[in-house]
Ligand binder design. Structure first.
Ligand code: ZN
Length: 130
């Protein structure tokens, strides 16, 4: 183990307050939020369980040290799938964003906010103004 990796090896958390591993050395049941999501899981209310520390010149991290927070997959829960009612509410909200207030039709795309109408209506308005 290099000098830096050894500095980040603290499985009991006596030095850093929470269990800490160098890059690629964390036990497999500890995952980042992104890894959990990729596995179809969410943290499920648990606190950060551990961290990975590594040296990186990128991103100008303070002291050149980057951190990734880890969650215990055994305390995680399956990702929530939206209910039928939630999906319906979403569909309604999206339909409202596509519906032109001038011609009252579903434009088939989200209306550009700076126009506030569908492109056809905006075009007509522009031409009659000209
Ligand atoms: Zn319109």
């Amino acid at each position: 183990m290099s000098r830096f990796r050894a500095a980040f090896f603290d499985p009991t958390g006596s030095r850093y307050g929470i269990p800490t591993w160098p890059w690629r050395m964390a036990p497999p049941h500890l995952m980042t939020m992104r890894q959990l999501a990729a596995a179809g899981r969410r943290p499920g209310g648990q606190q950060v369980q551990a961290q990975v520390l590594w040296r990186s010149g990128r991103y100008r991290a303070p002291g050149g040290v980057r951190v990734a927070y880890l969650y215990d997959v055994r305390l995680s829960l399956p990702k929530r799938t939206p209910t039928a009612a939630q999906l319906e509410a979403l569909a309604k909200a999206n339909a409202a964003r596509r519906t032109c207030p001038d011609c009252k039709t579903d434009a088939g795309y989200v209306l550009p906010r700076h126009l506030g109408t569908c492109l056809d209506c905006a075009d007509h308005t522009e031409r009659s103004a000209a």
